[in-house]
Design a protein around this ligand. Structure first.
Ligand code: C2E
Ligand code: MG
Ligand code: MG
Length: 303
């Protein structure tokens, strides 16, 4: 059994251990997953994703500890720790001459807490970083209790220059009311639709309509869970300008992301995909993916 398998049932980690991990110095790691412009293949930003380097179990995934952290009211502490790491990451990138926005995940309970927002803004000011390099993703795992309070703290972030993104759009608690009430720069369409659009015309139409709504409102549209480069032409046709997923880059340590970003900066070519994907990737950008295109609903294939 691999460490990942062992860690895949939350019964293996107790609340006490989780609380100690969030409060302690060791254990919490942050990986970065690239977000890619589907028109050019270039990495344009990255998402910070928490991992727990457990002494006995190996890597423990967020699904095993985030719900308990939220339940125990430790979400703000986790947010602060991830913020500290992300500021370090941005400073390391700056020293290497690279400026790529990094997104931090946070549930509504964290973002409704003005002191959490102030903590992040103080870090950004102290580091003398442009606030536009920090993005906040509102995760969809909680119902919104006090919309006015959430709205006020998101406005504070936006006024300071940080962008707000709505995560997992289409599968969570977001209502049209929420969409029209909070300041947003981006929606991330949940991988549920991206995965199903190959075999379901309905899933494809929902994805396309969601992307159209977001585009009309002036927001960037990111498709989540892009596992197949052959899907890229259809995603573009559906109005998803940006993508994130295993086919474009797995969550990776900062060093590995920096290698990709340096290559991109120095070489200029689309190197967003790992080598074994490279040829089909380049075909997708050249329009050469036609031959391998999946069976999407005929009327929406425009590439
Ligand atoms: P998310 O924010 O929607 O993050 C995307 C998740 O999808 C990540 O899972 C990522 O590894 C996974 N993913 C990316 N590309 C693909 C793909 O092509 N196929 C598939 N099947 N999965 C893909 P991960 O890292 O396990 O995180 C799960 C969730 O945990 C995140 O979903 C986010 O809601 C939460 N999370 C992660 N890090 C943090 C954090 O620092 N704070 C908070 N509050 N939540 C976090
Ligand atoms: Mg996210
Ligand atoms: Mg998501």
């Amino acid at each position: 059994m691999t460490p990942n398998h062992e860690a895949s049932t939350s019964s293996v980690v107790s609340d006490e251990e989780i609380a100690a991990m969030v409060a302690g110095k060791d254990g919490l790691r942050v990986l970065l997953q690239p977000q890619v412009d589907l028109m050019t293949g270039r990495i344009v930003s990255a998402e910070a994703l928490a991992r727990w380097q457990h002494p006995r179990l190996g890597i423990v995934m967020p699904a095993e500890f985030i719900p308990a952290i939220n339940r125990m009211g430790l979400d703000k502490l986790l947010f602060e720790r991830v913020c500290l790491r992300v500021i370090d990451i941005l400073l390391t990138m700056r020293r290497a001459g690279i400026a790529v926005p990094v997104a931090i995940n946070a549930p509504a309970s964290t973002l409704s807490d003005e002191s959490a927002v102030d903590f992040l803004l103080d870090l950004i000011y102290a580091a003398e970083l442009p606030a536009s390099l920090v993005r906040v993703e509102l995760t969809e795992d909680q119902p919104i209790r006090e919309l006015d309070v959430l709205r006020a703290s998101l406005m504070k972030l936006e006024d300071a220059g940080c962008e707000v993104s709505l995560d997992d759009f289409g599968t969570g608690h977001a209502s049209l009311k929420l969409l029209s009430a909070i300041p947003l720069s981006e929606v991330k369409i949940d991988q549920y639709f991206v995965t199903r659009m190959r075999r379901s015309a309905v899933a494809f139409e929902v994805l396309r309509t969601a992307a159209e709504l977001a585009t009309r409102l002036g927001w960037r549209v990111v498709a989540e869970g892009v596992e197949n480069v052959a899907d890229i032409p259809a995603l573009r046709a559906a109005g998803c300008r940006y993508g994130q997923g295993f086919a474009l880059g797995r969550p990776m340590p900062l060093d590995a992301l920096m290698v990709r970003l340096r290559t991109q900066r120095d070489g200029g070519e689309p190197l967003a995909a790992p080598a074994n994907y490279a040829s089909s990737w380049i075909e997708a950008f050249d329009g050469g993916a036609k031959e391998t295109e999946p069976a999407f609903p005929a009327r929406v294939i425009t590439q």
